[in-house]
Design a protein around this ligand. Structure first.
Ligand code: PLP
Length: 385
């Protein structure tokens, strides 16, 4: 199989695997224990904290280990909204946020908060001018750095500057950006940033919440003083160690991988366009992640295409959700104003560090064949009905 779904998750790189195996084979001490074995485990956690902090230009003390992007998004959106509750009970979320952020918004709505959704334009871009005024009762803006479906990179620093001027806190989901493009926590000017290990060749089930010094925050998991009181729970030592090593490798390879990915993305898009000139590439006119292509193939439904490609040995994501036979356009493409008939024909192709030019060429050929087969099947079905 050719794996073209790196935005969903990535293979764990050998360096991280080895570090994790070593951590798993160790004495199993708790990093909070006072004995020397516990202290050795603590040192491994702190080393990983430095490695993760370095990837995003943060101080190690700013990093809190969590169980992944979903927890990081919930902890920061809910934790900051609760800490700012006295000032207002409304938050603003960009319309294209990941389910993890929308889910956190739903929890807040459940307890009486108001959640507003900020629109994006046809390029998938959030207009910084849409940041609400403090007088509106909003206390927090959540905006992602790079979208998981289209790869579109948001003007987060500009949005954060406007939000700060209006007295609002800013939460930023950088899960898809970290390891693919440079991420500078201080330069972004946000209060909270979230990243996840399994999107950058680390293990699943571990991530980081990075908080600005003095950021308004109330922990969700309480009861013990782990992670400086920001997240109760014994640390996932092997996961954290693997995350640290993956982050260090990603930082080292960032520039070269970015250049390589951009060349592969160009090859992929040119190849697809040559084979299927009516292809629509979503977010094409905006700055995008170098590894991601979200494209619609008119007349070929996402779910049918995904299966046709799977049968030809290519794993991708559908750009539309399928529930009991019906296909629903993705909320991200909907928010960008992509017409329904085009949005239900979208695929997300996402490459990573294991992707080669030869794989790209084989994927282009498989997409050409699959689109023609699915269109042929759709035409035959229409003729029968
Ligand atoms: N945020 C974004 C943008 C994502 O793409 C994902 C995963 O798909 C998440 C959050 C959730 O991260 P995790 O799988 O680590 O919970």
């Amino acid at each position: 199989m050719i794996y073209f779904d790196h935005n969903a998750s990535t293979p764990v790189r050998p360096e991280a695997r080895e570090a994790m195996a070593e951590a798993l084979a160790g004495p199993g001490a708790n990093p909070s224990s006072a004995h020397s074995l516990g202290q050795r485990a603590r040192a491994a956690v702190e080393r990983a904290r430095e490695q993760v902090a370095a990837l995003v230009g943060a101080r190690p003390e700013a990093v809190t280990f969590v169980s992944g992007g979903t927890e990081g998004d919930h902890a920061s959106v809910i934790g900051m909204a609760l800490a700012l509750e006295k000032r207002g009970r409304a938050i603003a979320i960009s319309a294209i946020e990941h389910h993890a952020v929308h889910g956190a918004g739903e929890v807040l709505e459940r307890i009486g908060f108001r959640v507003t959704h900020l629109p994006v334009d046809a390029r998938g871009f959030l207009d910084p001018a849409s940041v609400p005024a403090a007088a509106s009762g909003h206390t927090l803006v959540a905006v992602m750095l790079a979208n998981n479906e289209t790869g579109v990179i948001q003007p987060v620093a500009e949005i954060a500057a406007r939000a700060r001027a209006a007295g609002l806190a800013v939460q930023c989901d950088a899960v898809q950006a970290a390891g693919k493009i440079p991420v500078d926590f201080a330069a972004l000017g946000v209060d909270a940033l979230v990243i996840s290990a399994h999107k950058l060749a680390g293990p699943k089930g571990v991530g980081a919440l990075i908080l600005r010094d003095g950021a308004p925050y109330e922990p969700l998991f309480r009861g013990s003083a782990h992670e400086r009181g920001r997240r109760g729970g014994t640390e996932n030592l092997p996961g954290i160690v693997g995350f640290g090593v993956a982050a260090e490798c990603a930082a080292r390879e960032l520039a070269s991988e970015r250049t390589r990915m951009l060349a592969l993305r160009g090859r992929l898009e040119d190849g697809i366009r040559a084979a299927l000139p009516d292809t629509a590439i979503h977010g094409e006119r905006a700055p995008r992640l170098p590894n991601t292509v979200n494209a619609s193939f008119p007349g070929a439904r996402s779910d049918h295409l995904l299966m046709a490609l799977d049968a030809r040995g290519v794993a991708v994501s559908a750009g539309a959700a399928c529930a009991s036979g019906a296909v629903e356009p993705s909320p991200v493409l909907k928010a960008m104003g992509v017409p329904r008939e085009l949005a239900v024909c979208a695929l997300r192709l996402s490459m990573g560090r294991t992707t080669t030019a030869e794989e790209v060429d084989r994927v282009v050929a498989a997409i050409g064949e699959s689109v023609r087969a699915v269109r042929g099947g759709a035409a035959a079905a229409a003729a029968r009905s």
